[in-house]
Design a protein around this ligand. Structure first.
Ligand code: AKB
Length: 314
């Protein structure tokens, strides 16, 4: 049985990951930590501790206190926020990651952290982006993610830490809204479709980005962490994706459920430039081959589920 400490447990991924892991491994075996407590299921239905990931001593102290064997490091600033606060992003994204890797090394823990399609850049092949390819991102977030991928590999090769990770595309969920990402439009659009029947998009039509529904993202984390290590050639930063679309295609899918729905455009140059530097679609065949990754939701099944769940919630 695993005993897991999660950083950023009340964030977009963490809040659902915590609940799912508690279902699998038991309520008391998943310790949620975050910089502040919110009134949420992840904070209330099992152990919760305040942790600023910049506080290396407290991270080790909590991992020791609960005698965990795994750390999942989810706390990070996303791409658009990182672009407005690059120095803070470097300090938080890299400092937090180093503290989590050091905790894993010191206490011999299994380790997970997500990378992102943001680890690619404008001179990366844009279509079917391979697992191993050019990575020269032009954003602070991308620089952090590439450095993070290399560090996770380094901790495995140098110290034997069981590091694992994926490159997530934009993640779509009806539970906890994302904050400060470039792909967030693809979440906001569903909320606005239900609330107002229209959405003004900061990402321009024709901009393709990879996306995935949250249940598939959680499944990917769990499957990779459970995977037989002898099968893992890559270990860290596996490309994973479920679909790629641009705003007009997403709109057409929403219109099947809300016929009067309309999209307009008020493009944000910062987030558009970030999106333009990312792939149109990535190739997830290494993840499929090495640990059996396969997403269940496509654009149509995700949209039907999102709208149904959001209607019940809003
Ligand atoms: C973002 O848009 O910053 C994230 C990501 C793709 O890493 N959702």
């Amino acid at each position: 049985m695993k005993k897991i400490l999660i950083t950023g447990a009340l964030g977009q991924i963490g809040s659902e990951l915590t609940v799912k892991l508690r279902d699998i491994y038991g309520q008391d075996n998943v310790i949620a930590t975050d910089i502040r407590k919110t009134d949420s299921e992840a904070a209330n239905n099992g152990p919760f501790e305040i942790l600023d990931v910049m506080d290396a001593n407290k991270m080790v102290e909590l991992a020791n206190k609960y005698n965990v064997d795994t750390i999942m490091h989810m706390a990070a600033l996303l791409s658009a926020t990182a672009e407005t606060k690059p120095v803070f992003a470097w300090n938080l994204n890299m400092g937090g990651l180093m503290n989590a890797l050091e905790t894993a090394r010191e206490l011999n823990l299994q380790f997970f952290t997500p990378s992102s399609i943001g680890a690619f850049g404008p001179n990366t092949p844009k279509d079917s982006t391979p697992q191993d390819t050019i990575q020269r991102p032009t954003t602070m977030y991308g620089v952090n993610k590439v450095a993070g991928e290399l560090l996770a590999d380094y901790y495995f090769h140098r110290f034997g830490v069981d590091t694992r990770g994926v490159r997530f595309p934009g993640l779509i969920s009806y539970v906890t809204p994302p904050g400060g990402g470039t792909t967030d439009y693809a979440v906001e659009i569903y909320y606005e479709a239900i609330k107002n029947g229209k959405y003004s998009s900061y990402i321009d039509k024709g901009t393709y980005m990879d996306m995935m529904y949250m249940p598939d993202a959680l499944g990917a984390i769990i499957d990779l962490m459970e995977a037989d290590p002898s099968k893992l050639i890559h270990r860290n930063a596996f490309n994973v994706t479920a679909m790629t679309f641009e705003p007009e295609e997403l709109t057409a899918e929403i219109k099947k459920h809300i016929p009067g729905f309309e999209i307009s455009y008020n493009v944000d140059p910062v987030r558009q430039a970030i999106a333009d530097s990312w792939p149109n679609s990535i190739d997830a065949s290494a993840a499929a081959e090495e640990w059996g990754f396969k997403a269940k939701f496509d654009l149509s099944s995700m949209t039907a589920d999102m709208l149904e769940k959001l209607k019940a919630k809003l």
